[in-house]
Design a protein around this ligand. Structure first.
Ligand code: BGC
Length: 768
């Protein structure tokens, strides 16, 4: 992008350990006549909000967004044609620390820089075809104002007594403001218009309940664990400071449970101006993860009502595309929890959690959740953006870091770094978008080369996060699970080499595809040699080990039945429960289904005892939790060191709910639902299930319901698409389509009967 502007900032604002006030910046200028067209290009190192003549430009929150600012800074472009007037005009700007110089990466403040900077360029066309430019430069002015500080982890403080009435309007006296300091734009970092949907206010929620938990401490329950901010409305009294605290959960005594925020203070402060009546305030440069909002510091003897707190939900403005519903209310709640987990963690990057001193783009979490994410929302542009971040973060030697954007520098983990191959592949499969493969082809190759160079005998090192947070683990650290990490690493190496082969194939590189396929085969062999023992089992006798071997097709055919039997044995020994963490869990239901035991997959999914998906729902969850037992009514809270109540990773089960319970499954041979499968596997005592998805081609859907002794199946196929309908049971003469049996059109599909359909809304009746 060609900039004629300079970076500007308020001098003397270098942050140290303590945050500094958010600067207010302004520029007054005179126009003879309003332009016929005006376009503003805006960005900041830090966060910005901008006004022209008192009117807010755009509705983006947490702008300009987050990338690795050392390499790339996102910018926005706004059409501001109607904003300008003849005579004096004013640009007004508020800046915050944000990801740039606030706390980030668990420990650090000022990771990228030590004060916010602003960059602005307004091009104006007038009738006479002349172009005028107004750019940030040394003539702009800045000051400190009511925004005492803002920080993503810690929250925001605002003193309304320090407000500067009219500061972003003409005829304001800014003679006391300082001249800004400037810095040329230079070649690095690259400044680029952001192409994905920005963060916006998506919805507002009112409290369901208000409780005075201690004298003067009021807790508002929004009924849903959410991410965003609280807008407050309070009786104003000059100089009175209202403290706003947040929590995802309550302690038994009704007070806020905040231990799991760790060092994130997640607290806002508002000091009233007292100019009369109620005062309304909402922070601008922070966000919190919470269900409960606590107000304290209110005048005595007040009786708050619902209008005093509003929950403002923020996330990238991705379009909801999918729905999953069924006859089991607990599964519908699970679906809702998965969707809220996605909302809360799709805020500029796919994050692990949105509330504690972390909120980072953990690659492993993103990778396992990506398929589910692409059912619930249109995440095509979002993942394009994040994959660019991944490429920026990838090291010279191909290593893909643990978090993206990267702030740790060191470290690598299988199943985490593999996101570089899995995310583009899944996005391609689900959206049919080839550019995501083209863009990431090199990065995938580099990742494969890194793994190869790093593992001479093709067996990966004992490194990484293992089967993170596996329940009932014997391994002492209580985090990494009991599956050997080199087994996980080698399994993933084979898996992503296989993806690399498929990517090369799609991109029309048959030689490279063959080379990658050979490598994948060699790694599979190395896997079997290293981990399949003479007693006919894997050296790690864990559910996750067998799941990896089976799901990724790592073993020779002859060992497969034994491996599957071991998996069944281990599930049985666990009394029909899972014993899997972040790595094994997403593979459970699909693998059991593939080997004909969808009944067991349902059983696991529907278990209400620990550990299982419905356990948290029975404990009142409204989002996905980091641990299977982050909280229980009987034992209270898990270890607060790692106890997020908004962690989407285990929400990866959503994919199986869409694809197998409801039966809406993409076809890897025909990506983007040009051809797809309607292949439900009714079970689990459900009476009906249905999934619908808005694709680029139109709506696709799969649904089924039992009507007495008949299974009624539904398939919706849009124009220019086709579907293979696979019936869960029934011989051809028992299946009716448009009043006729399907003998003439049906074919055998494995053990089952199938047929092909074109566009339309189709109903099938299967007599039982
Ligand atoms: C995060 C996880 C992440 C993990 C890596 C945690 O702190 O919250 O979700 O994948 O670290 O081990």
């Amino acid at each position: 992008m060609n900039w004629k502007a300079d970076w500007i900032h308020l001098p003397g604002q270098e942050r140290d350990e303590a945050p500094a006030p958010g600067p207010y910046v302004r520029k007054a200028f005179v126009l003879e006549s309003p332009p016929t067209k005006a376009t503003a290009r805006v960005t900041a190192l830090g966060l910005y909000e901008v006004w022209i003549n008192g009117r807010r430009v755009g509705d983006v929150q947490m702008a300009p967004g987050w990338t690795d600012y050392r390499t790339r800074v996102p910018a926005q472009e706004y059409d501001v044609t109607g904003f300008l007037v003849p005579g004096e005009n004013v640009i007004g700007v508020k800046l915050g620390d944000g990801w740039y110089c606030g706390k980030m990466f668990v420990y650090d403040r000022r990771f990228y820089g030590d004060h916010p900077e602003f960059l602005f360029q307004l091009s104006m066309e007038t009738a006479g075809d002349t172009e005028q430019l107004l750019a940030s430069d040394a003539t702009w002015k800045a000051t400190e104002g009511p925004l005492l500080y803002s920080d993503i982890y810690d929250g925001e403080a605002y003193d309304a007594r320090k407000e500067l009435p009219g500061w972003n309007l003409p005829s304001f006296d800014d003679s006391a403001w300082k001249a800004v300091a400037t810095r040329p734009v230079g070649k690095k970092p690259l400044i680029e218009l952001a192409e994905h949907e920005p963060v916006r206010v998506i919805e507002e929620r009112s409290p369901l309940d208000i409780d005075e938990v201690e004298p003067g401490r009021w807790i508002f329950d929004l009924g849903q664990n959410m991410v965003g901010r609280a807008r407050i409305m309070v009786p104003g009294e000059e100089g009175r400071t209202i403290t706003i605290r947040f929590a995802e959960m309550l302690n038994r005594d009704g007070t806020l449970y905040t231990e799991n925020y760790r060092s994130a203070k997640s607290t806002d402060h508002y000091t009233c101006h007292g100019r009369g009546g109620f005062e309304q305030w909402e922070p601008v440069f922070t966000f919190h993860g919470f269900r409960y909002v606590e107000l304290s510091g209110l005048p005595r003897d007040v009786q708050p009502d619902e209008s005093w707190v509003t929950g403002v939900v923020l996330h990238n403005d991705i379009e909801p595309t999918g729905s999953f519903t069924c006859s089991n209310p607990l599964l519908n709640q699970l679906q809702s929890n998965i969707v809220w987990g996605q909302k809360g963690n799709f805020l500029e990057v796919p994050t692990d959690c949105p509330q504690r001193n972390e909120r980072l783009g953990w690659t492993g979490d993103a990778q396992v959740f990506c398929p589910t994410a692409s059912f619930n929302f249109d995440v095509l542009a979002f993942f394009h953006k994040w994959m660019k971040d991944v490429r920026d973060a990838q090291k010279e030697n191909g290593l893909v870091p643990l978090v993206v954007p990267d702030g740790f520098g060191e470290g690598e983990s299988p199943a985490w770094g593999d996101a570089v191959a899995i995310v583009p592949w899944e996005v391609y499969l689900r959206y049919g978008d080839m550019t995501i493969l083209e863009d990431n082809h090199d990065a995938i190759r580099k990742w494969i080369a890194f793994q190869k160079n790093d593992s001479p005998d093709l067996v990966r090192a004992d490194r990484g996060f293992g089967d993170w947070l596996q329940p009932y683990q014997e391994n002492e650290d209580q985090l990494r699970g009991d599956t050997e990490r080199s087994l996980i690493g080698t399994a993933y190496f084979a898996f992503t080499a296989g993806i690399a082969a498929r990517v090369a194939g799609v991109l029309g590189k048959p030689r490279e595809a063959a080379e990658m396929e050979r490598l994948a085969a060699d790694v599979r062999k190395a896997f079997t040699d290293a981990f399949w023992t003479n007693d006919g089992r894997l050296s790690s006798d864990t559910q996750t080990a067998y799941l990896l071997a089976l799901a990724f097709d790592l073993l020779p055919e002859k060992h497969v039945p034994a491996a599957f039997q071991h998996l069944l044995r281990l599930i049985n020994e666990a009394d029909g429960h899972l014993r899997t963490g972040f790595v094994g869990t997403p593979l459970l239901a699909p693998t059991l289904t593939r080997f004909g035991r969808e009944d067991l997959a349902y059983e696991l999914l529907l278990k209400e005892t620990y550990p299982g998906w419905l356990y948290s729902i029975r404990q009142g969850a409204t989002t996905m939790w980091e641990r299977w037992n982050s909280y229980s009514h009987s034992d209270g809270f898990g270890n607060a060191e790692m106890n997020s109540f908004n962690h989407y990773a285990y929400g990866a089960i959503g994919q199986w709910m869409y694809e197998t319970v409801a039966g809406l499954e993409p076809d890897p041979e025909h990506p983007g639902y040009t051809h797809f499968f309607v292949s439900p596997q009714p079970g689990g005592g459900l009476d009906w299930a249905r999934a619908e998805l808005a694709t680029a081609r139109g709506t696709v859907a799969s649904g089924w319901r039992f009507e007495e002794a008949t299974l009624v199946m539904e398939a919706v196929v849009p124009e220019c698409a086709s579907a293979t309908v696979v019936f869960p049971f029934g011989e051809t003469e028992a299946i009716l389509w448009q009043g006729r049996t399907v003998e003439n059109v049906a074919f055998k599909y494995g053990e089952r009967t199938a047929l092909k359909t074109g566009p339309g809304s189709h109903t099938f009746m299967i007599k039982m």
